[in-house]
Design a protein around this ligand. Structure first.
Ligand code: 3AM
Length: 226
């Protein structure tokens, strides 16, 4: 009997349940049910257009502050220790939903978003303070301007959709007010930003699954940070 040819080792995707798995993390402001309902309404209206877009699950829509990427779990522990004090130095504030847009541009849409209005300086200050704390802990922090938004959908390169990617800019422009070029969103909904959450995201074949692993309250009038 001839010796069996050794099989090449199997290459498996990383299993997120392995004890030594890295955690794919980001920091975000969660959205209350009425804002998630706005997100759902927009998606319900746009989805029938059959654009090559993977729409988000409105139940998990959020406002990302910082993306941390793959992180050893013990480094996540550092965040749990350091961020409560950083976030609690900022008073809770109110934002409102705004108009629609696309990153990097309507001409080359990759991400479709719902914009936000409100005290931009408060949100920017919170973003900056958290960014500074992350840098102090040696986390990679993206440089460049912060564009607060709620992601509605991500454009795919190809798909089975009826409308090809190249037709999207024109279809998006058709949604805009011809005089201003603004894609007006649904009537504004006002909502409080009362906490920052640390979220672990699990990527798979379908929509990502999100798990909140820590909550950091902003300062509220009770002074309890909640
Ligand atoms: O939900 P949004 O779009 O605000 O886009 C990703 C998502 O934010 C973003 O992190 C959030 C959770 O996945 N994200 C993913 N990969 C990223 C990367 N490499 C990223 N942001 C920056 N750089």
């Amino acid at each position: 009997m001839s010796p069996r040819k050794p099989r090449p080792p199997k290459v498996r995707p990383p299993d997120p349940d392995r004890v030594d798995a890295q955690w794919r993390l980001f920091l975000a402001a969660p959205l209350p049910p009425d804002v998630r309902a706005v997100v759902r309404g927009i998606i319900n209206e746009l989805a029938p257009k059959d654009w090559p877009v993977r729409w988000v699950d409105p139940e998990t829509a959020h406002l990302t502050l910082h993306f941390l990427g793959d992180t050893p779990p013990e480094r996540a522990e550092l965040l749990r220790l350091a961020l409560p004090a950083v976030v609690a130095r900022h008073a809770a504030f109110t934002l409102r939903t705004g108009d629609l847009g696309a990153f990097p541009s309507v001409k080359r849409p990759r991400v479709l978003w719902l914009g936000l209005y409100g005290p931009a300086h408060r949100l920017a200050a919170l973003h900056e303070a958290v960014g500074e704390a992350l840098r102090d802990l040696d986390f990679p922090v993206e440089e460049g301007p912060f564009h607060p938004h709620i992601t509605l959908g991500r454009v795919r390169n190809q798909g089975t959709e009826r409308v090809p990617l190249r037709a999207m800019p024109e279809e998006l422009r058709a949604l805009a007010d011809p005089a201003t070029g603004v894609m007006t969103g649904p009537p504004a909904v006002t909502f409080p930003v009362r906490e920052v959450v640390l979220v672990r995201s699990y990527l798979g074949s379908g929509a990502p699954r999100y798990e909140t692993v820590a909550r950091f309250p902003l300062l509220t009038q009770s002074g309890q940070g909640r």
